[in-house]
Design a binder for this molecule. Sequence first.
Ligand code: CP
Ligand code: NVA
Length: 301
Amino acid sequence: MKNLLSIEALTAQEITAIVELGADLRKNRAATPQVLTGQTWALIFNKSSTRTRVSFEVGIRELGGSVMFLSGADTQLGRGEPVKDTARVLGRMVHGAVIRTYAQADVEQFAEYSHLPTINALTDEEHPCQILADLQVMHERLGGWQGKKVCFLGDGDCNVARSWMWAAARLGFDLAIGAPKAFQPPAEFMEKLGTDKVVLEEDPAKAVAGADVVYTDVWVSMGKEEESAQRIEILKPYQINAGLMQHAAKDAIVMHCLPAYREKEITDEVLEQHADVIFHEAENRLHVQKAIICWMARGEG
Ligand code: CP
Ligand code: NVA
């Protein structure tokens, strides 16, 4: 069994296989393969969560496994026990781990020392499960991503934006990041990304122009709370509202990974107009994460 630590580490074929399997599992939830029978998985979360926690707890049970939720603060990790020691202990007891934390390096070190199948449930660098669920929405609602334009607005250097950029690089669709200079990814990241499919655009109207998917995320990611006032001020022009939506393609869909802060990154009006897609997106977390675990169990990761 392998790991799912980033979109960066996946190939186009792997992403497509996971998304298609997620769509199959959505159509036939009752026929979920029992790939985790007899297994116990640990969910280790150092940050808050609603969707990710619930979808993994439900999904692991539907796959035949048991699940244990460990809040980072309640374990010895919260008192400074090193990740590599925790990993070696859990590696002898449980069968898989889902981790939400700050440093990507911690998730990678956990996987290395535990030898457990390990899933990144959000770090400061990537949110791969979210973007796989989002791609499943594009597959189901738009017939795929080929020839489509996605526009991400807001903090263009956050975990969700970075995972979108890796997805565009791997799958070859057009992605515009609409963000002020201070919230665009640094040159070193763009160099590593190595694609002309991702465009950084300061003008929100130009970023949205002709987009099939208009996407946003919170302006204040977990861990950035002390920068709240400054972020809200600088990111104001990047709000998804009816005026900005005039620049998108006629049948554009709006997506949001949630939680949403109304009248900040998106107006209540636009969110409610597109609620059907946005909550479909949230639901897909369940289906695509079951697909990720099935794919890992097949040893294809
Ligand atoms: N989108 C997402 O990951 O939501 P949670 O923080 O509620 O898990
Ligand atoms: N960028 C956000 C995503 C929340 C699901 C954060 O890290 O808080």
